[in-house]
Write a protein that binds this ligand. Sequence first.
Ligand SMILES: NC(=O)c1ccc[n+]([C@@H]2O[C@H](COP(=O)([O-])OP(=O)(O)OC[C@H]3O[C@@H](n4cnc5c(N)ncnc54)[C@H](OP(=O)(O)O)[C@@H]3O)[C@@H](O)[C@H]2O)c1
Length: 323
Amino acid sequence: MKAMVCREYGTPEDLQLMDLPDPSPGPGEVVVGVRAAAVNFPDVLFISGGYQVKIPPPFAPGSEFAGEVLAVGDGVTYSPGARVSGSVMVGAFAEKVVLKADSLAPMPDGVDFADAAAFGVTYRTAYYALRSVAGVQRGDWVVVLGAAGGVGLAAVDLAVALGARVIAAASSAEKLALCRTRGAEATVDYDRENLRDRIKEITAGGARAVLDPVGGRYAEPALRALGRGGTFVTLGYAAGSIPSIPLNLVLLKAITVRGMEIRTFPVDRPDEAVRDNRELAQLFSSGAVRPYIGARFPLHEAGKALRHVADRKALGKVIIDVC
Ligand SMILES: NC(=O)c1ccc[n+]([C@@H]2O[C@H](COP(=O)([O-])OP(=O)(O)OC[C@H]3O[C@@H](n4cnc5c(N)ncnc54)[C@H](OP(=O)(O)O)[C@@H]3O)[C@@H](O)[C@H]2O)c1
């Protein structure tokens, strides 16, 4: 099978299209013929060796995909041809991927491979954060940083679906216009406007929650614009630096700062994860929410797809069409 391979830690341009042996399924495993894979920011970090979990090269990056079941191991109930989506640590930028059957989800009818590939990671991240971690309710003001990115735009879509009022913060007029078409009520260009003042002005007193997948210099002004008792959810540091927050800000307004990580949340809070996954599947299959796909690349251009994300150019999700 063909795969885009990271042969040693480096840049997106260092990925190479290679022939690898076809995988075969062990007990409880499934081989999926990948039709579409989606890019996530951590893919860029994996190939540079800069992610918190290190995968020794060589490996094919890519952590989420959708496709068709090709072969199954003992004890698996999926049939060949079944349309499925799933996520892995790495390996999705390839024609075939092998994984445990319980890591797969059947694709809802009427959903195409690109949407199914784009849905899993960012929508689960955003929904756990909004629903279970921040406890967002109808009518709450929710600030989303990096709102036109993968996690960000999923958070906008889902917060709107939950009936929240969304302030989308991002770095360009084009990104903010996209957020408005996805239901954001107000927008702030955080590279040109004063983020804290604008949020306070819009909310007339402070937001109920901030979702932050960006970090860097954007986190503190957003936290300062929370209302009393508000919740700040830290999700990631796409800006490249981890902010230090003065704790007196947390004390003075009784703010809650919470972290949420998609791999550990279901382990730490299994009941809420099951409930959130069920609600999310319902929102997706009913068409109430849908990922926005801003760019598509063929498999052999997976490096360009990663570069697009690394250079802050992506709008919503970036898809790699595999077969
Ligand atoms: N906690 C979890 O479980 C979880 C799950 C998935 C992802 N994440 C994390 O969430 C973050 C976002 O992931 P994503 O897949 O949504 O990424 P993405 O689509 O690339 O979005 C990241 C956003 O960050 C902003 N940004 C600011 N400075 C940047 C810089 N120097 N380089 C790149 N982007 C910059 C960009 O928006 P502007 O240009 O508008 O500023 C961009 O849209 C990553 O740190 C990722 O590791 C966490």
